[in-house]
Ligand binder design. Sequence first.
Ligand SMILES: *Cc1c(COP(=O)(O)O)cnc(C)c1O
Length: 411
Amino acid sequence: MPNFSLPDTVFEAAARRFPTPFHLYDERGMRENARALNAAFAWAPHFREYFAVKALPNPHILDIFKEEDCGVDCSSECELLLAERCGFSGDHIMFSANAMPPEEFDHARRLGALMNLDDISDIETLQDHGGIPDVVCVRFNPGGAFTLGNAIMGAPGESKYGWTRQQLSVGLPRLKALGAKRFGLHAFLASNTTDNTYYPKLAGILFDLGATLEKETGLELAFVNLSGGVGIPYKPDEKRADLAVIGEGVRQEYTRVFGDPKNARVAIKTELGRFMTGPNGWLLTHAVHEKKIYRDYIGVDACAVNLIRPAMYGAYHHIHVCGKRDAAADHVYDVTGCLCENNDKFAVERPLPEIRKGDLLVIHDTGAHGFAMGYQYNGRLRSAEVLYKENGEFQLIRRAETPEDYFATLV
Ligand SMILES: *Cc1c(COP(=O)(O)O)cnc(C)c1O
């Protein structure tokens, strides 16, 4: 079930204050998620969440997670700059790019970030660009298919990420010879799953592998990084992942491999993005056009440049009409943007209440990979971002682009 925690009065007040379209983010919901996550892993030695910056790269959001004792997961030069300007440094930054320009290694090392190497060849790059630190994290790709019960959750064998099992046995001793003392182990095997067994199963795999590699290489396992992937219920019939159940599942695996966490030293890290901010963001847009041909179309003032997931993945985003939450969904609409692209549709043949021009539509779950995946196709510009603060105030945390921004990079 998508997040209905904010009443329509809040959306309507925001839309009176700021021109649509814009993304509205709920500070309280983000803090609650961070606290629930920290509580679910309170049993683990040195637990830390590294918020995946790419999900919602706005410094005001990063500040919130900083206050909740989270770090950040960065994958590019600009994400490192954002983290730096927000005052993150040292082991509060995880740098986990792939196929990145080598200079980004230098930058990450200057900040003292934890380095998560995507490939065995990154060892040489790191040696030449910043040097080998005491702790190095490596990203494991088991190949084949990844399943939970009978369900195929991912195809690591087709994924560009990570090291093979054999490369770990070759590369970790090389890192040790070059001065590394300890290692971290990371894998990301399923995306957007609300299945509470995902983290526990992944953790079991990484704990066992880490223990084996410790014996094999003489390097000490510093931490296991469970990365992102815990998903959110985009559809009304989906249920939320339960962090308390997930934390307990990981604790059982931990205890099986390392014994009582009170006497163990292997730390746990996560890099959740979508789970932290996704349900706490909404794209607010007005119905500006109505058209009836072979189907009924409602045109809105947002378009795919503001939220590409439906166009790109056919992703479902729940939509409700302000003031008509309880009205019968007795009309069927395609809700579209204005791009010259027929996949510019936020909803296809969606049952909704009757929509009139001027109605305020709320598109749910845009807090992660929403604004962040924006672009400027068709001369359409990126929207504003507004934070709904815990004290009930609205704060503009990014202005909308103007035509001057569109022309700014032209030579
Ligand atoms: C995208 C990404 C994440 C976050 O994934 P979510 O599905 O948003 O939780 C974490 N770590 C890495 C390395 C990523 O690329």
